[in-house]
Design a protein around this ligand. Sequence first.
Ligand code: PLP
Length: 394
Amino acid sequence: MLPTRRLFFEIIAQTSANPIALEIEKASGCWLYSSDGKRYFDLIAGVSVSNIGHNNPVVIKAIKEQLDRHMHIMVYGEFIQKPQVFLAEKLCSLLPGDLDSVYYTNSGSEAVEGAIKLARKYTGRYEIISFINGYHGSTIGALSVMGNETLKRAFRPLMPSVKQVEFNKREAFDEISEATACVVIEPIQAEAGVIMPEKDFLGKLRDKCTETGTLLVFDEIQTGFGRTGKFFAMDHYNVTPDIALFAKSFGGGLPLGAFVSSRKIMKSLCSNPALGHITTFGGHPVSCAAGLASIEYIVENHLTEKAGQAGELFRKYLVHNAIKDIRGTGLLMAFELENAETVKKVVSRCIEKGLVTEWFLFNENSIRISPPLTISESEIEEASRILVESIDEV
Ligand code: PLP
């Protein structure tokens, strides 16, 4: 066994018994290059992270320029740092309503934690509603709002007064009351296997939250930045939350997250107590510089519109009678096969043939399609060919 491979299994803490364990030497665009000289088409993009393609030169330039100025200089919120300010200004200009105050974090889970604290502090309430098969991260607060018992059971007791209700079911709204601090929801459920909200579901949820004074929190961590064929998933439905959460592709490939709200709501974190929510590295200047370059690249190169067209092309090329369902929008897609066993075999076969994909955390019958948004038509054709051949061969 190669020394790095052995060390990976020995001293890198493992998250499952069977990691993919490809040793990647470099990455570019939609391609990953392994140390044994093979190349792999990347249909995962780090789970919706590399929207602008791996090692995009525009982002690398922005990172290098910021490195020459400064890296970390002070805990979050004390010094004025241009990359934080410029990125926040850009993000807010793309968001609807009065989502105009940005609190940076290091990750998606931390954005969820921040939103929970903000909602509790602002409303003075502590009950929270979230959705079955929603995924929001692994920290205790995020785990508490996650909608999957298998991942939660071993870590109980979790946060009290949190309840999961069914996605796309109007009866779920009966659980929302004047005692509910916030409702946390992915506008399109990603790890559930890309489940789209039914018409009006999010609009009616918005109405119920407004009626009860409950804050509506959209987790756009996986759906943001062009992935679904609109800049944010909320743009498909014209529904504005009270708090929006971002991470994953937000940092252009570097770690970065945020929870964004109105100035009025966000102000409640500033006093009583002061410093009640702080972070050392949240909004790291290098991550913010990369994030701004990434957003500008998405806008200037119309990647949002291209993601919408690319999704349609996958539907055109990915045709096989073993495919029971294709779900999703833009380049957040899933296709369903007979069962989890078939999915595992197809995924292994794809990797052998030079294409990396996987199933979803809460849907093992479906295969993930979430490549970089820079994917070309010929790459879509090629990826679809490998998928279809792999289905045929297992
Ligand atoms: N929310 C959603 C919808 C996610 O997909 C994820 C990660 O997969 C998270 C939150 C957690 O983000 P992180 O892994 O950066 O903590």
